[in-house]
Design a protein around this ligand. Sequence first.
Ligand code: HEC
Length: 121
Amino acid sequence: MRLGISWTIAMALLMGAGHVLAEGTEGADAAAGKTKYDQFCSTCHGTAGDGQGPVGKTLNPPPRDFTTGDFKYGGTDQDLFDVITNGAAAKGGSPLMAPWGAVIPEADRWAIIKHIRSLRK
Ligand code: HEC
């Protein structure tokens, strides 16, 4: 019984550590990030990240221009993650920037952020 509880705690700690390692852009797969970005984001934000995608250039407010590195709702990786996951409307912004949390797995969202950072000129 004692061993059983220790085992459960050890597994919980291990899973917790794994979760922490999976978070953030550091270990994220930049190539996967580009693939997913091109698939889900480039129609608005543009392949180059300049906000001039075929749909993006028709929108008001315009999609963020990632070549500038400036952001409206905070510039940390976590801030970007929150907007991508919950949408800009959750921050009082445009519903055109939709919530992607249910569509794109968490690891891919971090990978996309890594790619977005690389688009800064
Ligand atoms: C239908 C067009 C559209 C698509 C597709 C789209 N976005 Fe956006 N995005 C926008 C618009 C419009 C804004 C500006 C929202 C605002 O100013 O309130 C925006 C803003 C953002 C911001 C800036 C938040 C800030 O603080 O300035 C980020 C980051 C972002 N989008 C990431 C993404 C990612 C990642 C994807 C793909 C998973 C994506 N967007 C797909 C239209 C889009």
